[in-house]
Design a protein around this ligand. Structure first.
Ligand SMILES: [Zn+2]
Length: 474
């Protein structure tokens, strides 16, 4: 028992001893640094010729003092160092001109530059390049320098390269440092900050215009259309007032946007009907978009057989092409588009006819299996390699829009056949798309629930923020 008391007493004493001592030293260090700053600050104003020199010194000294400050609190035995440091700084030693330390110099690659010309600009020669490459595998990356990229050089007073930094991209840089035998290299990779962003828009004239107005990058507008391209015909079905919401990732480095990631979740309301999608990477590493209930969005057929991105710019929703009004009359779907607009196969299959046929003009017929067949008429030209017997995949360009055969103007005449009969691809029963596997349902739910919730939250928050700013301005 007594031994325990003694022990705890000892501990207590030690603590009591340390606390005030630490405070004392901290206060001392603070006074010391203040003194140093005060001692040097008049120089900055009085002696203008020594301005630069004294500025350099004073900032150096104060930095040293402040570095000591936290050290002094935790390590009391540093006091002699502080005193020694003060002795040194208060003497005139530091004010004596020192040889200029070499500093890193930045250089941007110009077009037409090569490694030799870049090194020459820095006063270095091919010998330096040889030294850099000798026994250093990473140096070969320097051969792929391209205009706009940055290099940083540290050349010592004798003109020798000491350090080279090559900024490969926004995130990765390669650093070469001289050692006794040559150069060592180190890849430095920065990790960007990833933020989730939200955009929403209402279609007034075209999907691409609405995307632009919402601040959605064109690539994501295209991705949005691809995600819902099995349910919505983006060439014909899009109406004024259709609405979309998109959540995606953006990468930032030091507050600056450096990249746009994929769409994480999205919603598209077409003619009052809402479609939703979430991005999911399965256990095998395959990434696809699914409906929030786990049903697959990818289907056997795309809704749009033309490259709608190419036609949406000239495509007026208010005034449909007269040919479109005859859809019902001839049991097919007409897509008015400029001559040369790419035509895509809506599903995987085999070309069973590619040639001229009566009123159809240039026609391609594709057999997809299970009794499905698609026909593409009035074509201007067939894509290279497309002929009877060719295999085609979904979305593959098979030719271009024209007005061959019985056509009043340039358009694609598209037919969808099931067991030899023209059917409406919207209402026809299509092969079931692949949804989430039963043994992955829980994993899917766990990783996508937040995506759906966040899309809704973003929406609510953006409305709240809008309401708040309105109140504030009032
Ligand atoms: Zn037609």
């Amino acid at each position: 028992m007594p031994s325990i008391i003694t022990k705890s007493k000892k501990v207590l004493c030690a603590t009591l001893e340390q606390v005030p001592r630490g405070h004392l030293i901290a206060a001392g260090a603070l006074t010391a640094s203040l003194m140093v700053i005060m001692a040097f600050s008049p120089n900055q104003k009085v002696n203008s010729s020594d301005n630069i020199q004294s500025l350099e010194v004073s900032s150096e000294v104060s930095a040293t003092s402040f570095q000591m400050f936290p050290k002094a609190v935790t390590a009391p035995n540093i006091l002699p160092d502080i005193i020694e440091g003060l002795k040194q700084t208060s003497s005139s030693k530091l004010l004596v001109t020192q040889p200029k330390q070499p500093s890193m110099q930045e250089l941007t690659i110009k077009s037409g530059d090569n490694l030799s010309s870049v090194f020459a600009r820095m006063g270095l020669n091919d010998r330096d390049i040889y030294e850099l490459f000798d026994g250093n595998k990473s140096a070969k990356d320097l051969r792929s320098i391209s205009p706009g990229q940055k290099l940083e050089f540290l050349v010592d007073n004798s003109g020798k390269l000491q350090e080279l930094k090559y900024y490969k991209n926004n995130l990765d840089s390669l650093k070469f440092t001289r050692n006794d035998v040559g150069f060592t290299s180190q890849l430095v990779s920065l990790k960007p900050e990833v933020k989730r962003s939200f955009r929403e828009g209402t279609i007034n004239s075209s999907l691409f215009m609405a995307g632009k107005q919402a601040g959605l990058p064109n690539t994501l507008t295209m991705e949005l259309a691809n995600i819902f391209g099995y349910d919505i015909d983006f060439a014909l079905d899009i109406q004024k007032g259709d609405h979309f919401k998109v959540m995606f990732e953006e990468q930032f480095l030091e507050g600056k946007k450096i990249g746009t990631g994929a769409i994480l979740s999205a919603e598209f309301t077409n003619d009052g009907k809402t479609y939703r999608a979430v991005r999911y990477t399965n256990k095998d590493g395959v990434t696809r978009y699914y409906a929030p209930d786990g049903k697959g969005l990818n289907k056997a057929f795309l809704r749009t057989p033309v490259d709608f991105a190419r036609i949406s710019s000239s495509f007026s929703l208010a005034r449909k092409h007269p040919v479109l009004n005859t859809i019902r009359a001839h049991k097919g779907t007409d897509y008015a588009a400029a001559i040369g607009t790419p035509i895509r196969s809506t599903g995987d299959g085999k070309v069973i006819f590619a040639g001229r046929q009566g009123g159809y003009g240039n026609l391609i017929v594709i057999q997809h299996g299970q009794g499905f067949e698609t026909r593409y008429g009035h074509m201007n030209s067939f894509a290279k390699g497309i002929s009877t017997g060719s295999r085609v995949s979904q979305g593959q360009v098979i030719g271009t829009v024209g007005k061959t055969g019985l056509a009043s103007g340039p358009h694609l005449h598209y037919e969808f056949h099931v067991n030899g009969q023209v059917r409406n691809p919207v209402t026809v029963q299509l092969p079931q798309s692949i949804g989430i596997a039963a043994n992955e349902k829980d994993r899917f739910a766990a990783s996508t629930q937040t995506l759906v919730a966040q899309l809704q939250d973003f929406n609510r928050n953006s409305r709240l923020a809008l309401g708040e700013s309105k109140t504030k301005s009032n």
